[in-house]
Design a protein around this ligand. Structure first.
Ligand SMILES: Cc1ncc(COP(=O)(O)O)c(C=O)c1O
Length: 305
């Protein structure tokens, strides 16, 4: 990556990406530059990012939404040609490689590669939201490194600050030249305190080989859950990559959250029926086994919300 723009959150990093797409569109002579975003996407809660998100729950009450977004189906390369033919204003695609809030939906093999080829052919920016997948969580520093492509723009936040508010929008090649001095900024963006915390986080991820560790831990958890829940009829699917795991149940299961909490385990339930696990990448093997030992019986015995 060639340039980085700092903000204070994931949504702020994504705002910078959306602004870059608009600059790119105007440069191409497009009057209403439009960013293709996906069903069930989540990009944040500022006005532009909630408009880009694919969830009515996030948008409801905040209309009018920001214009300049078109929606496609995640993982559906076939539909892209039709979308491009029907909307000549599209100048960028913005996508999460694993939809986190959307229920741990993982990009299909080759999806990013095909997206990269399509964007290059059309002159669209390929922009990845790695706010949740970034910083080692899926086994590589960024998820896109699994597929051997390089996006034009990538955003990151959560694991970058490890609790300290920071977000970053990284741009590559021509995309890095779009923002000019004065186009973007924020009082606290890139402040020394947050940057020192982020530098410490990045250094620790590197020095302690936490990308590799995330993969090993994730495989261990995944194997543990698959074995423990093999013949549980209401478990639809167990999926994910590295330390980003979703267990889909065939009915809403939000009550599992307080149930796990009383046993000392913090989980999250997203998209109503997907248990989302984003465990610490510094866990021991024994702690990973404990997670399975606590959670699997709760899932097995789960009846109805
Ligand atoms: C993929 C993705 N993008 C953006 C955001 C928004 O980040 P923030 O809450 O830091 O604004 C999130 C937060 O959950 C996210 O998961």
């Amino acid at each position: 990556m060639d340039k980085v723009f700092f903000g204070n959150s994931g949504a702020e990093a994504n705002e910078a990406a959306i602004k870059m797409a608009r600059l790119h569109g105007h440069k191409k002579g497009i009057k209403l530059p439009t960013v293709l975003v996906m069903d069930n996407a989540f990009h944040g809660r500022t006005l532009a990012t909630l408009s880009a998100s694919g969830s009515r729950k996030v948008q409801a009450g905040f209309e009018p939404l920001v214009r300049g977004f078109a929606r496609g189906s995640f993982n559906d390369i076939q539909s892209l040609e039709t979308i491009a033919d029907n909307n000549p204003n599209i100048c960028a695609v913005f996508v999460e490689p694993i939809q986190g809030e959307g229920g741990i939906r993982v990009a299909a093999d080759d999806y990013l590669k095909q997206l990269r080829e399509f964007c290059t052919e059309k002159g669209w920016l390929l922009m990845l939201d790695e706010v949740q997948t970034g910083n080692g969580r899926t086994g590589k520093y960024f998820y896109y490194q699994h597929s051997g492509i390089v996006p034009d723009v990538v955003t990151t936040s959560k694991g970058l600050g490890n609790g300290v508010p920071i977000g970053a929008c990284l741009a590559h090649g021509e995309a890095a030249e779009l923002m000019q001095p004065g186009n973007h900024g924020s009082t606290f963006g890139g402040n020394p305190l947050a940057c020192a915390a982020a530098l410490a986080a990045v250094t620790t991820i590197e020095e302690e080989n936490l990308c590799e560790r995330a993969m090993v831990l994730g495989d261990r958890l995944m194997a543990g859950f698959k074995a423990a829940l093999a013949d549980v009829p209401h478990v639809k699917e167990i999926r994910g990559k590295g330390c980003m795991i979703g267990i889909e149940i065939d009915k809403p299961c939000k009550s599992l959250f307080p149930a796990a909490m009383t046993k000392g385990l913090i989980i999250n339930v997203t998209a109503d029926s997907v248990i989302r696990l984003l465990p610490p990448m510094v866990m021991s093997d024994a702690e990973a086994d404990q997670v399975v030992a606590i959670l699997a019986p709760l899932i097995k015995d789960f009846q109805q919300d």
